[in-house]
Design a protein around this ligand. Structure first.
Ligand SMILES: *Cc1c(COP(=O)(O)O)cnc(C)c1O
Length: 361
């Protein structure tokens, strides 16, 4: 029986990608060496990196005005790095506090000595509005495009006079965004671009400045100059990202997968909205395509559902421990058959619990 992995990250990989990895683990491109062994100074690696970079530029329509960096330390290290590398002119930045990960980015920025951090919280049950009366002279405004834990998304990004920085960790390549609207975009790879150990930073070259007081691996200017290898790069994670990009191109790129993601999310939201047992409290316009949260409103019943789903090989459906309930992460590699299976298990569960009703918390 097929296992469907609904984890929020590390997350499902396409089967094709996993099959290719098993071959390249033994011998990469007939070199007789494993992909795990090749030198980052060899043309095997430099050719691969050039292709991975070009494919990402192609998929996201990234112009030559931007550098594309492949960095260690995940999205979390970039919380700090981006503040250290970009907040150099005014020492003043602003953050939209849209949820747990946004809060983490804020906490990291607040640790940077001498940096003034404005925080915009939500004033109602919606996400904080990107259109604000921003203070003058900000180094950037930071937002989290998709809130992985809360299941909310900024689908539209308005034009701002302030430079925008975005954490796209959980919906990069899942739906189209215009890179030109941002000075910097970053994302951990393990949600929609492969496996952990790698973060991708797309940054306007004109924002780069040699930060000589920082470690080489934190200095974006130097990373660009040294083509993301001031030290040994995470070769395997970059390689897997490359396979994922190849696979995504075959799905019609971001435009193609966006159609699939919308269709899959609609199947699930439509069912939840007419269900008597399951509910989702996110406003329609802000509902995430990649992380769909739902619950029965009864934590015991939620646990029962998660266990029954696991018996049916639907794995990692528990919501984040901070919010409880359920979360189905439908990243790009989730096949539609996985969503269909989930729906059938939800329907069966609802039928077996006719006396129970969704209770809004
Ligand atoms: C997962 C996640 C992170 C953290 O990523 P790491 O690579 O584990 O550091 C940051 N931001 C968002 C939106 C996430 O979903």
């Amino acid at each position: 029986m097929d296992v469907y992995n609904f984890s929020a990250g590390p997350s499902v990989l396409p089967n094709e990608v996993k099959q290719q990895i098993t071959k390249d683990i033994i011998s990469y491109q007939n070199s007789g060496m494993s992909i795990l062994e090749i030198s980052h100074r060899s043309s095997l690696y430099t050719d691969m990196l050039a292709k991975v970079q070009a494919d990402l530029r192609d998929l996201m329509k990234i112009s030559d005005e931007y550098a594309v960096l492949f960095l260690p330390g995940g999205a979390t290290l970039q919380f700090t790095n981006l503040a250290l590398n970009l907040a150099t002119k005014f020492n003043h930045v602003a953050y939209l506090n849209s949820g747990h990960w946004a809060q983490k980015a804020i906490d990291a920025a607040k640790k940077v000595p001498g940096l003034q951090v404005d925080v915009i919280d939500s004033t109602n049950e919606y996400l904080p509005d990107i259109n604000q009366n921003w203070s003058p002279q900000l180094d950037y405004v930071h937002l989290t495009t998709n809130n992985t834990i809360e299941g909310t998304t900024y689908h539209q990004i308005p034009e701002l006079n302030e430079p925008l920085v975005a954490d796209m960790s959980s919906n990069i390549l899942a739906q189209p965004y215009d890179v030109n609207q941002f000075d910097l975009i970053y994302a951990g790879a393990q949600k929609n671009m492969g496996i952990a150990g790698l973060a991708i930073v797309i940054v306007k070259k004109e924002r780069l400045k040699d930060m000589t007081n920082l470690s080489d691996v934190m200095n974006f200017w130097l990373e660009e100059k040294k083509n993301s290898e001031p030290n040994t790069p995470p070769v395997f994670s970059i390689y897997v990202a490359g396979l994922v990009f190849d696979w995504l191109k075959k799905q019609g790129g971001v435009a193609g997968i966006y159609q699939q993601n919308k269709a899959q999310a609609k199947m699930l939201y439509d069912y939840i909205d007419q269900s008597n047992l399951f509910g989702n409290q996110v406003k329609q316009a802000e509902r995430s395509l990649t992380n769909i949260v739902f619950s029965t409103g009864n934590s015991e019943l939620d646990k029962e559902f998660i266990a029954e789903a696991a018996d049916e090989q639907l794995i990692s459906l528990a919501g984040h421990r901070l919010v409880g309930g359920m979360r189905a992460s439908l990243y790009n590699a989730m096949p539609t058959s996985g969503v269909e299976k989930l729906l059938s298990v939800m329907q069966k569960f609802e039928q077996n619990h006719k006396g129970d009703h969704y209770v809004r918390n």
